[in-house]
Design a binder for this molecule. Structure first.
Ligand SMILES: Nc1ncnc2c1ncn2[C@@H]1O[C@H](COP(=O)(O)OP(=O)(O)OP(=O)(O)O)[C@@H](O)[C@H]1O
Ligand SMILES: [Mg+2]
Length: 240
């Protein structure tokens, strides 16, 4: 990976808009004047053998290539750098015109979740487990297709347990639960099952894991959101 000097980093971010600040490291996502995203991946610790380290940017590049082969809209990494003091790596990719689903469901119509249920089944059919699959990481592109913007944390190995974890993580995320609840868990689950082509036995197992993660959620959501989770547990009866 190319080494980025302090000076070159400063010229890369010159005039860029800051899109996100990390609570510890500060600015971490920029939109540059030439419509690129510049994202910083901070290293947790200095590795003993840097040559063996598989960094988050490596993962990002690997995942991006693999997802494109499955025809899944995703960011295409153009360049990556290692900052001179090795404290972070930088990935550069195009800014995608569109709207992030988290923003969309707040301002517009929650019915985009019907499309999302279908899109998640497509990911699952390719055995993709999108670990960071919250609504802030999905984008509705201008061409009307859904895509992923932030996928260094992704596995190409799926189990029924992971399917359940993925669905619950997205739908009941603290930042979105108020809005996803307006659409309704039962409606979402029906849409997912409609496209997921699961056998009777797989549905039964999925139901077990969904119940497991929902019960776990129950102890973590705010008091006024407990009813949403309790209703979601009852809604699993449609899978019987
Ligand atoms: N390629 C892109 N096209 C359009 N907008 C983007 C793109 N990449 C990032 N953004 C915007 O910047 C925000 C932060 O980006 P990103 O999700 O990569 O940061 P993050 O720190 O990983 O956030 P989180 O950890 O919450 O997922 C996104 O929510 C989105 O609004
Ligand atoms: Mg993100």
């Amino acid at each position: 990976m190319q080494v980025l000097s302090r000076q070159d980093f400063q010229s890369l971010i010159a005039g860029a808009e800051i899109l996100k600040r990390h609570h510890v490291h500060g600015e971490c996502v920029y939109k540059t004047q030439d419509n690129k995203i510049l994202k910083l991946y901070f290293r947790r610790q200095r590795r003993m053998l840097p040559c063996l380290s598989y960094t988050q940017t490596n993962k990002l590049i690997h995942n991006s290539k693999k997802l494109q082969r499955y025809n899944i809209p995703v960011i295409n990494i153009e360049r990556s750098y290692q900052y001179v003091d090795k404290s972070f790596d930088v990935a550069v990719y195009p800014y995608i015109e569109g709207v992030i689903l988290r923003d969309l469901i707040r301002t517009d119509d929650v019915n985009v979740l019907t499309e999302l249920a279908k899109f998640i089944t497509k990911l699952h059919q390719h055995n993709i487990y999108f670990c960071d699959g919250h609504l802030g990481n999905y984008i509705l592109q201008e061409d009307g297709r859904l895509g992923l913007i932030d996928m260094h944390n992704l596995r190409f190995h799926l189990t029924l347990r992971r399917r359940a974890k993925n669905l619950i993580y997205m739908f009941f995320h603290a930042a979105d639960i108020e809005y996803t609840a307006q659409y309704g868990w039962q409606t979402f689950l029906r849409q997912y099952l409609l496209h997921a082509s699961l056998s009777w036995w797989q549905r039964k197992q999925l139901r077990y894991y969904l119940q497991y993660y929902l019960k776990h959620k129950l102890s973590r959501v705010a008091e006024n959101e407990k009813n949403i989770v309790l209703d979601a547990i009852s809604a699993l009866d449609i899978m019987k």
